[in-house]
Design a protein around this ligand. Sequence first.
Ligand SMILES: Nc1ncnc2c1ncn2[C@@H]1O[C@H](COP(=O)(O)OP(=O)(O)O)[C@@H](O)[C@H]1O
Ligand SMILES: [Mg+2]
Length: 246
Amino acid sequence: MKKQDVLVQASKLNKSYQTQTGAVHALDGVDVAVRAGEFVALVGPTGSGKTTLLGILAGIEPADNGSVILLGESLQDLDDDDVADLRLRAVGMVYQSYNLFSGFTVRQNVRLPLQLMTRRPPFDASQRTDYLLADFGLPDLAERYPSELSGGQQQLAAIARALATNPPLILADEPTANLDTATARHIVGRLRALADSGEHGVILATHDLRVASQADRVLSLRDGRIVKETAMQPGRSGREVLAELA
Ligand SMILES: Nc1ncnc2c1ncn2[C@@H]1O[C@H](COP(=O)(O)OP(=O)(O)O)[C@@H](O)[C@H]1O
Ligand SMILES: [Mg+2]
């Protein structure tokens, strides 16, 4: 992966859900592209379409219209198995609701993506798992099941799992929502460093403007549309950035 390679490019995404009370337009003509080396924040009120957008970019659910090109492959041209394979190679997803497997321990959850890979990753699965558990302060919790953890601890396990395969694209859905300030800063610092390495791109949905201010650019979503894009410039004070985002 070279810095500036486009990891994901989505055009004209539309998505509606049918509900008892009529159709909900979750996404309405969204274009987004993320390159290796970029950290992009996605902000917007609850219900603005952040989770829907991340799910479509990851190939977890299809858009009604529009295209997603992930690592150069057009998702609409692939069958379900190939999308699943590509997702495993391309994407680390931190789900808003964690989606840890309840019958697996923390260690087993973190290790699982490495075991599912058809191509062997270039590192030892046990060492990689131990490294991530240590990095996120989870060693003492490694043999516990998700139901034996706090929300924040589950969130940390979900982040560690998303990074297990060292994926080029990291999609993180409000990954710091349940973390204390210091832990949140550690997580965002890790994601920032992955982007800065030039090997990874990050899209992070958040309500926390201090987190968003760490991004290279911030996309503001409202009613399923990107209504504003704010480029961050080094040297601007946090207060200036927060004022512009608010
Ligand atoms: N499975 C679903 N069925 C029906 N409506 C949904 C579904 N998922 C999301 N929505 C609706 O789509 C809109 C966008 O939701 P979502 O992407 O979760 O927003 P956000 O993550 O910004 O809170 C909301 O109005 C939500 O109620
Ligand atoms: Mg959401």
